[in-house]
Design a protein around this ligand. Sequence first.
Ligand SMILES: Nc1ncnc2c1ncn2[C@@H]1O[C@H](COP(=O)(O)OP(=O)(O)OP(=O)(O)O)[C@@H](O)[C@H]1O
Length: 348
Amino acid sequence: MIKLTNVTKTYVGKNDVHALKGVSLTVEPGEIYGIIGLSGAGKSTLIRCINMLEKPTEGSVIVDGQELTSLSTDKLREARKKIGMIFQHFNLLSSRTVYDNIAFPLELEGRSKQEIEQTITPLLELVGLTDKKYHYPSQLSGGQKQRVGIARALANNPEVLLCDEATSALDPQTTKSILELLQDVNRKLKLTIVLITHEMHVIKEICHHVAVIENGLIIEQGKVIDVFTNPQSATAKEFVGSVISTNLPEEIIRSFSLSPVPIPNSNIIARLTFLGESANDPVIASLIRCFDVDVSILFGNIDYIQGNPFGILIISISGNEDSLKNTMDYLNNKNLKVEVIGYVSTND
Ligand SMILES: Nc1ncnc2c1ncn2[C@@H]1O[C@H](COP(=O)(O)OP(=O)(O)OP(=O)(O)O)[C@@H](O)[C@H]1O
């Protein structure tokens, strides 16, 4: 549905800013694609390049089969009808009611009053604002304003919805309800959604794919479940760590000295990551039963990523050299990820 190839964007000025340095990504029809990055990474520039609010310096932007970078103004205006957008600060017209805000893009199109009403009535229902149709933006909460923004973006029946930090100005509860609404319109209208955010929980809640942007470059991308369970870059690890604990708590680290290399008579400290079916396996019980080892659990956490169970256990395994080797062989052959964090002397 969307294909960006080697997109660059340089803001020319006294000091040129290379905001995008060659970004390529593909968004499949009907998916929710999240782009995450720290402040200044290039997220806003990137999402605005998808509908040509920013014209890329170089590269290709194809939306629904159409190359947008070379279109005339008229053709671009036409192509943009397929691309709705919502904003962090809603961008509503304060002098217009909810109904009239949603009607605005349709009025610009020259649609009749009757046509407009036929479009808006179900949209108001979809976003849950039927009873607020004659309210003004100043009479609405942040969440309700964003619902108006969503309805307005959907008025032209777009194929793609771009969300520019759509929940960043909202409290956690309202964020949750707006994310649920986005998921709802994605499913009901088969809408392709691209969102940018600096909050990993937004990605975890609703996205299918994620790209991590840093310093104008995509440094990692993949299925959300894969990036969460096996982040590669330091930045992705940090983002994942902000919503799912995967490390030993500081208190435990401080209580013993961890060696990165094997030492004589040591316990192995290992992190086990369980995904899907493997989360239900009684692995620890099997270890104790089958091998002559003791296992203590130092840390455990179980979470769900879009319905998939995802668990982390950090364990200390003690036993003689042979038992430890057999245990590690056993774990490495199971359907889970095993990482040795370090070794601790049994005297510790
Ligand atoms: N119109 C502009 N003129 C010059 N530089 C710009 C302009 N817009 C953005 N930049 C610069 O481009 C870089 C990327 O900015 P961008 O807003 O895309 O990042 P971001 O990841 O969205 O950041 P934030 O989360 O803080 O909004 C930054 O260094 C920013 O200062």
